[in-house]
Design a protein around this ligand. Structure first.
Ligand code: AHR
Length: 662
C-alpha cells in the first residue's frame, strides 16, 4: 500500500512539473509602458585595435606612407639591380616640420625602369579588386626634369596587375603633389605596390599613398565601404570613439590627442599604436596611428550613419595597466581645454576659432555633439579628483553636455564600489560600466539593473562581450554560446531602459591576420568582412529597439532565467507594434503562450525573427559568414484571445513583432 502511494505521488510530482499543468502564460501589457527607450540605446564602440583604423576601416593601402614608423623603411623593400650607397636616403627635418619629419630622397643616375624601385607590402598585403580604379598620390620635390615614377600593382607572385605613371611636372625644388589613377586587372587579397624610378638627379618623396575608389560614399581618401556598411546596417544610436585604452595611451605622450588628428594628412602627427606592444603574445610592431581617420572623419561618419557622436577624452591619466602616469593637478588645464575646445569644434559656428577649423575642413554646419566621456578605464581617487576638475569647467561653459564617467575596468569589486559611490555622490550623468566576462556571468546578471536606482545616474554599458575562455585569452571565440548569453543579458538592459540608456559591444573590428584582442564583433581580411553571431544579436536589438519598455511578466516576475528563458518587450511608436525578445538558453524547445494585454486589436499575423543554432560552439567564418544569422517567418496571432503561442527552439533568440491598436 505504502509503495502504491509513493508511486502515485511520484507520477503526480513528475506530471506537475512537465505535463499536467501548462506553464503560467507570460503577460505583456501594451497599455502600461514603464520607461522610454532612448534612441541612443544600442550603439557601437570604435577603437583602433586589431587593425581597426589603419589597415582596416581607413582604406589607405600603403603601410608607412610617410616613413614615420619607428623603423622608417618598415613595410618598404628597396628593389635594385646594383647597389649604390645612399641612393635611397631617409631624411629627418624634425626642426622644421615636427609633425611629419621624415621623407625619402632617391638619387638617380641614368636610371631605367627596373633598376631601382620601392615595394610596399601593405597591411598584411593589399586587397585589390579587378576593374576597380586606384588613386595614387605622392608629395615630391625635385630640381631635376625628366624623372618618372612607374607605378605597379602586384599580385602575390609579383605579377603586374595594374600600372600607371607619374611624371613630376615641377622642378622648382618645392614640394608638390602628383597623382595618377589606374585600374587593377585582377582581384588579389595579398597584393603589393611597386614604384620604379627613371631618370637622373634627386627626387624627395613623402606621403606615398594609394586608395581604392570604392570607399564609403566614394570619398577620396575615405573609408572601406563594406566595413562601414556593416556599421550602418546596425542603425547605431551612437558611436563611442576613439576607445578604449587608446584614449589613455601607454604613457601620457602616447595618449590620443584629437587636435593632432585634424588638417591635412601631412599635418597629422603619427604615433605608435598602443596595441603595437601591449601583448607579447600578439606583437604588432608595424601598428601605428596615422590619424587619416581623425576626429573630423569620425564626426562625419557618425552623421552619415545617423549615430550620436560620443567622444571619450583623456582625463590626464595614462593607462593604469601600463605606466599609470598622471598629469599633476596644477597642469591639468590643457587637458580640460582640449575637452572644451572639442565641443566648440563640433558645435561652434564658423566664427569661433574651432568651429572655423571644422568649417574649413568642409563642414560649416555643427555636428550637434551632446555628450562626451572623460577618461576610459580609469579608477582611484586620482581619477575622481581629475574628473571633478573637468566636470566643473565643462559644465560651467556647456551645462547641457552630458558627461560619461568611468567606473573602471570591472563591474564589481573594491575599485568599482569606490567609484560607484563617488560618481553617484557627484550626480554623474552617465556611469560607464565594462564587463568582459564568461557567458555564465552574462546569464546570471540578466537582472543586474532591476535594482538600480531609477532616479540616480544613468548607465552606459560602454564595453561588454562574453568571453568563451577568459579575458585577453587568444582562445576566445565569437561563438553562439557567447552571443546567446549576450542576447539573454540584453533583455535586462532593455527592461531597465529607465536606467541603462546606452550600450555597446567591444571591440568592434578585428583583422584576421592583425588582431590583438578577441572576441570582436566584425572580422575582416583585406577583401572581405563578416558579422559574428554577436553582431547579429546586436543588430536584432538595434533594429528592433522600440520606443518604450512594456512589462513582460510570468507570475508577476520578469523572465530572468526561469526555465532558461530571458525576455523583454517594447512598444514601437513608429510602427504601432509590440516587440517581444526572448532567449531560450536551454537544449530543449520550450512552449509558452504570451497574452497581449492593453490592446484593442491585433494583426492576425506577426513577424518572427529567429537566431538559433543547435551547436553552442557554432561560429561564422569568411567561408560561411551566415552560419549563425537570423531567419524570418510569420507567426499566427490569436486575435480573439489576444495571445500568441510560441514554440521556442533550443538555444535560440527570438524577436517577434506584432501590429496592434492600443
Ligand atoms: O576593448 C578592448 C579593451 O578592453 C579596451 O581598449 C579597454 O577599454 C578594455 O580594457
Amino acid at each position: 500500500m505504502n509503495r502504491i502511494i509513493k508511486t502515485v505521488s511520484l507520477i503526480l510530482a513528475t506530471s506537475w512539473c512537465s505535463y499536467a499543468q501548462a506553464p503560467t502564460p507570460i503577460k505583456v501589457n501594451a497599455a502600461q509602458p514603464v520607461a522610454d527607450i532612448q534612441p541612443t540605446m544600442w550603439g557601437i564602440f570604435f577603437e583602433d585595435i586589431n587593425l581597426g583604423a589603419d589597415g582596416g576601416i581607413y582604406a589607405e593601402l600603403i603601410k608607412n606612407r610617410s616613413f614615420e614608423f619607428a623603423k622608417p623603411m618598415m613595410g618598404w623593400k628597396i628593389e635594385r639591380k646594383t647597389f649604390h650607397e645612399g641612393e635611397i636616403l631617409i631624411q629627418n627635418r624634425q626642426e622644421k616640420q615636427s609633425s611629419n619629419p621624415r621623407f625619402v630622397t632617391v638619387t638617380l643616375n641614368n636610371t631605367a625602369k627596373g633598376d631601382l624601385g620601392l615595394t610596399n607590402e601593405g597591411f598584411r598585403g593589399m586587397g585589390l579588386k579587378k576593374d576597380l580604379r586606384y588613386d595614387f598620390s605622392v608629395m615630391y620635390r625635385t630640381a631635376n626634369k625628366g624623372i618618372k615614377l612607374h607605378l605597379e600593382l602586384l599580385d602575390a607572385n609579383n605579377a603586374v596587375i595594374g600600372s600607371g605613371i607619374v611624371a613630376p611636372s615641377e622642378s622648382d625644388n618645392q614640394w608638390h603633389k602628383a597623382t595618377a589613377s589606374f585600374q587593377a586587372t585582377a582581384t588579389e587579397a595579398k597584393g603589393k605596390f611597386r614604384v620604379w624610378f627613371e631618370g637622373s638627379g634627386n627626387i624627395d618623396l613623402d606621403m606615398i599613398s594609394l586608395f581604392p575608389t570604392d570607399t564609403w560614399k566614394g570619398r577620396q581618401g575615405g573609408m572601406r565601404a563594406d566595413m562601414i556598411q556593416k556599421l550602418a546596417d546596425l542603425k547605431p544610436g551612437f558611436i563611442r570613439f576613439p576607445g578604449g585604452c587608446i584614449v589613455e595611451g601607454i604613457d601620457l605622450n602616447n595618449r590620443y590627442q584629437w587636435k593632432k588628428t585634424l588638417g591635412t594628412l601631412e599635418e597629422r602627427q603619427l604615433i605608435m599604436n598602443r596595441w603595437n606592444v601591449e601583448f607579447a603574445h600578439r606583437p604588432a610592431p608595424d601598428y601605428f596611428q596615422t590619424f587619416g581617420l581623425g576626429f573630423f572623419e569620425y564626426f562625419q561618419l557618425a552623421e552619415d550613419i545617423g549615430a550620436e557622436p560620443l567622444p571619450i577624452l583623456n582625463c590626464g591619466m595614462a593607462c593604469q595597466f601600463n605606466t599609470a602616469e598622471v598629469v599633476p593637478l596644477d597642469q591639468l588645464d590643457p587637458y580640460i581645454q582640449d575637452a572644451i575646445d572639442l565641443i566648440e569644434f563640433a558645435n561652434g559656428d564658423a566664427t569661433t576659432p574651432w568651429g572655423k577649423i571644422r568649417a574649413s575642413m568642409g563642414h560649416p554646419a555643427p555636428f550637434n555633439l551632446k555628450m562626451m566621456g572623460i577618461g576610459n578605464e580609469n579608477w582611484g581617487p586620482q581619477y575622481v579628483e581629475r574628473l571633478k576638475a573637468f566636470t566643473k569647467a565643462i559644465k560651467a561653459k556647456y551645462p547641457n553636455i552630458r558627461l560619461v564617467n568611468s567606473s573602471g575596468t570591472d563591474p564589481n569589486g573594491e575599485r568599482f564600489d569606490y567609484l560607484n559611490k563617488e560618481l553617484r555622490a557627484m550626480n554623474a550623468d552617465f556611469i560607464d560600466e565594462h564587463y568582459y566576462r564568461t557567458p555564465d556571468w552574462f546569464l546570471k546578471n540578466a537582472a543586474r539593473y532591476d535594482s538600480y536606482d531609477r532616479n540616480g545616474s544613468k548607465i552606459f554599458a560602454g564595453e561588454y562581450a562574453a568571453q568563451s575562455d577568459k579575458t585577453v585569452s587568444v582562445d576566445n571565440r565569437n561563438n553562439w554560446k557567447c552571443a546567446l548569453s549576450e542576447a539573454a543579458f540584453m533583455t535586462g538592459l532593455e527592461r531597465n531602459a529607465a536606467v541603462v540608456q546606452m550600450a555597446s559591444y567591444a571591440p568592434l573590428f578585428a583583422h584576421a591576420e592583425g588582431w590583438q584582442w578577441t572576441p570582436d564583433l566584425i572580422w575582416v581580411d583585406n577583401l572581405r568582412s563578416y558579422g559574428t553571431p554577436n553582431y547579429y544579436v546586436q543588430k536584432l536589438y538595434s533594429t528592433n529597439r522600440g520606443s518604450s519598455v512594456l512589462p513582460m511578466l510570468q507570475n508577476e516576475q520578469p523572465l530572468t532565467g526561469q526555465d532558461s528563458l530571458y525576455a523583454s518587450a517594447s512598444w514601437d511608436n513608429a510602427s504601432n507594434e509590440i516587440i517581444l525578445k526572448i532567449a531560450n538558453t536551454s537544449a530543449q524547445s520550450i512552449s509558452r503562450e504570451v497574452a497581449l494585454e492593453g490592446v484593442k486589436k491585433l494583426d492576425p499575423t506577426g513577424k518572427w525573427i529567429i537566431l538559433k543554432n543547435d551547436n553552442l560552439g557554432a561560429v561564422n567564418t569568411f567561408e560561411n559568414a551566415i552560419a549563425v544569422s537570423p531567419v524570418e517567418q510569420s507567426i499566427a496571432v490569436d486575435t480573439k484571445k489576444k495571445k500568441v503561442a510560441l514554440n521556442l527552439a533550443p538555444y535560440s533568440f527570438s524577436v517577434i513583432r506584432i501590429k496592434a491598436v492600443k
